[in-house]
Design a protein around this ligand. Structure first.
Ligand SMILES: [Zn+2]
Length: 188
């Protein structure tokens, strides 16, 4: 996917930012957005936020917080998939707990890490399935994270597609085939 669609990727712990990626020539700071999500202590659950013109997805994995911000037209499933890949590759590259145990560690310790390739190849982490929405009266491409289907404990897997002020629940089988679509009521 295009790097410009992603506003930032940030990996931090309670104390400091271990790694931050931004598209080339971006000078924006996302500190305020990061402070909002830092309060969340729940682990291993993805959270989604709409913030102005930006979508934010974040997840806490043990003592690290992974956050990604993107343009509004990027689907949450794709952002989740990118964060999963970032988490995997970051931990492949670094024994993070060991490095942090040294003390006096700064962002410099992780500067060899890069998200460029992950973002460029992000489309490989998802499948696009066509969903007919009877409110929009058209077929829409729905991004489904491959890991969501591949690690599911039962099928079909329900996924809610919230778009344009309404939502449909879609049931996806193990071959990424849509088995049903229903209009659902929303609150929150
Ligand atoms: Zn619709």
């Amino acid at each position: 996917m295009k790097k410009e669609k992603i506003n930032f990727i940030n990996i931090s712990n309670e104390i400091f930012t271990l790694f931050e990626w931004k598209p080339p020539s971006s000078l924006k700071s996302y500190l305020l957005d990061l402070n909002i999500v830092r309060e969340n202590m729940t682990v291993d659950i993805f959270f989604h936020l709409n913030r102005g013109t930006m979508k934010i997805v974040y997840i806490r994995k043990s003592n690290l917080l992974y956050v990604i911000g993107s343009d509004q037209d990027v689907q949450f499933q794709l952002l989740e998939a990118i964060l999963e890949d970032v988490d995997e590759k970051f931990n492949e590259m670094y024994a993070v707990d060991v490095i942090l145990s040294y003390g006096n560690v700064t962002e410099a310790a992780f500067k060899e890490f890069s998200c460029d390739e992950i973002i460029e190849n992000a489309e490989n982490l998802i499948k696009n399935v066509d969903v007919f929405c009877r409110v929009c009266k058209k077929t829409l491409p729905l991004n489904v994270k491959k890991s969501l289907i591949e690690t599911a404990s039962s099928y079909p897997v329900p996924i809610v597609y919230n778009h344009k002020g309404h939502a449909v629940v879609t049931y996806i089988d193990q071959n990424f085939v849509v088995r049903g679509v229903e209009l659902v009521n929303i609150t929150g």
